[in-house]
Design a protein around this ligand. Structure first.
Ligand SMILES: [Zn+2]
Length: 111
């Protein structure tokens, strides 16, 4: 496996959730392939994926620049399972995917 190094983002969103952040491999529950590498800030379950926290794949990391209407539904590239819908998390006016229930699993990404 290729070695990639990421530096975790530190900003007001991270600050709002307390100090701890982890890098996760978010995987399709159906076929177990990695869908995105994601920075999770703070405790709790993964219910949404903020676009500005997606590190990989590169084309998805660029989605945050798009208008939310132009962001495609989150799908598994391998098995095409639909995993989540793009929307704006109003409280923070932040673009995100709302994950469907039990659509993904998460694993710690050990850099
Ligand atoms: Zn899949």
């Amino acid at each position: 496996m290729k070695k990639t190094s990421f530096s975790l983002k530190k900003d007001k969103y991270k600050a709002a959730r307390g100090g701890h952040s982890r890098l996760l491999n978010v995987c399709c529950r159906k076929c177990e392939s990695v869908v995105v590498v994601y920075q999770k800030d703070g405790p709790g379950n993964l219910r949404r994926l903020y676009l500005d926290r997606i590190f990989e794949p590169v084309e998805m990391a660029g989605l945050q620049a798009l208008n939310i209407k132009d962001v495609p539904v989150l799908k598994c590239k391998k098995c095409s399972a639909a995993l989540g819908t793009p929307y704006i998390y109003i409280k923070e006016k932040r673009k995100a995917f709302r994950l469907y229930k039990d659509s993904v699993t998460k694993r710690l990404n050990l850099i």
